[in-house]
Write a protein that binds this ligand. Structure first.
Ligand SMILES: NC(=O)c1ccc[n+]([C@@H]2O[C@H](COP(=O)([O-])OP(=O)(O)OC[C@H]3O[C@@H](n4cnc5c(N)ncnc54)[C@H](OP(=O)(O)O)[C@@H]3O)[C@@H](O)[C@H]2O)c1
Length: 365
């Protein structure tokens, strides 16, 4: 509901230009914050002092950010242990231009086009408790800010063929789809891939699988969205609303063999059905809980199918860079369905909440 995210605009904030000099001579920027509202949170647009980079840091003029399901959970205080800390900045995903670098930074220079990595401190290999604690948005600081200062290691260059709005969609949904399909799933040309719904992760999965020569099969509650999915290369489409036993149709589309890969974003309502559509030796990337997170491990089914299931939590900087190389090679453009202005950030949250979008919702700054 739009009212869930109602904003409080700092007096005069809308009239402020980026880095405008305040009455005291300090430079200010605008950023949205999770502001306390009774026992819960709301979005508030605030004017704050512009941060400056330390020796190992970079200042990025953020040009676009994108929303993920977790951002809704954050404003509702339902994300992570202990909920979201008040007066922190929302959103993990953003892209922009380097405008200043610290004295020790060699990785980037002013003018470079960059995106923040989802976990500022997870660069490669397996994650650690510390690197997972560096997830941007909310408790670790987010991208919904005209200017962001971050460790230079926590950024990647963005592919030349992408706009800032397109690149802003990559850090969470894009990397998650990449890791689920390629790193964990070992996607091969010819694989049947099941994608659930037409949100951010699933549409990335569709585009990546199609580009790899696989056969993506995607579900949706909307026939119009399924038509869009076919234009993006879907091999098969199934309406899960008009066909509640959709897993049977998915299996039929594979000639009865079942799907080799699943990006499992639906959770408790979809996991049991996805497993019914899974091929022997298949892989299920456990990603989401759109219908509530599934809590039981289906031991018998996985053993009987000789299948594997992987828990996925986005990925590292190295994963992001591998995704970017693939996007550049295949000239894949992420699907930006709706774009909002900075002042209208609450409307972007409401659009995400409504489900009335295909792919990604973006805010430009
Ligand atoms: N583990 C991780 O690292 C990770 C990373 C990213 C996301 N996630 C999680 O993965 C899930 C998907 O994230 P997202 O950002 O892609 O979501 P999203 O963009 O908000 O996806 C929304 C779409 O999902 C579809 N959907 C909703 N309920 C469904 C259901 N019961 N069955 C099938 N499809 C359903 C709908 O598609 P239609 O309108 O086409 O019906 C809806 O429009 C969320 O739970 C999110 O928290 C986890």
């Amino acid at each position: 509901m739009f009212s869930t995210f109602c904003r409080r605009v700092a007096p005069g904030a809308l009239a402020l230009a980026l880095l405008a000099a305040s009455a005291h001579g300090a430079e200010t920027i605008r950023q949205w914050q999770f502001a306390p509202k009774g026992e819960s949170l709301e979005l508030a647009l605030r004017e704050v002092q512009a941060p400056t980079p330390a020796a190992n840091e970079v200042a990025v003029r953020v040009r676009a950010v994108s929303l993920n399901r977790r951002d809704l959970m954050m404003v509702e205080g339902r994300y992570g242990r202990g909920g979201t800390q008040p007066n922190t900045v929302p959103l993990s995903d953003g892209a922009g231009e380097v405008v200043a670098v610290g004295a020790n930074v060699t990785r980037f220079k002013v003018g470079d086009r960059v995106a923040g990595i989802f976990f500022e401190d997870w660069l490669d290999g397996a994650p650690t408790a510390a690197s997972l604690a560096s997830a941007r948005g909310g408790n670790a600081g987010g991208m919904l800010s005209e200017l962001v200062v971050t460790d230079a290691e926590g950024l990647v260059s963005i592919p030349a063929h992408l706009t800032y709005e397109e690149a802003a969609t990559l850090p969470c949904a894009g990397v998650t789809a990449w890791v689920g399909l390629f790193k964990r799933g070992g996607l091969q040309a010819g694989h049947y891939v099941l994608l659930e719904g037409t949100g951010g992760v699933s549409v990335f999965g569709l585009q990546l699988a199609a580009a790899a020569g696989a056969k993506p099969i995607i579900t949706s509650s909307s026939d119009a969205k399924l038509a869009r999915a076919r234009e993006l290369g879907a091999f098969g489409t199934v309406n899960y609303r008009s066909n509640p036993e959709w897993q049977n149709e998915v299996r039929a589309l594979t000639g009865g063999a079942g799907v080799d890969q699943v990006l499992e974003v639906g959770g408790q309502d979809t996991l049991p059905r996805a497993l019914q559509a899974l091929a022997f030796g298949g892989h299920v990337a456990i990603i989401g809980g759109l219908s509530g997170f599934a809590s039981d491990v289906p031991v018998g089914t996985l053993m009987g199918l000789n299948a594997t299931a992987s828990g996925i939590y986005v990925g590292s900087r190295a994963d992001f860079e591998a995704l970017n190389a693939f996007l550049a090679k295949h000239e894949i453009k992420p699907i930006v369905d709706k774009v909002f202005d900075l002042e209208d950030a609450p409307a972007a949250f409401a659009a995400m909440d409504s489900g009335d979008f295909f792919g990604k919702v973006v805010i430009r700054l």
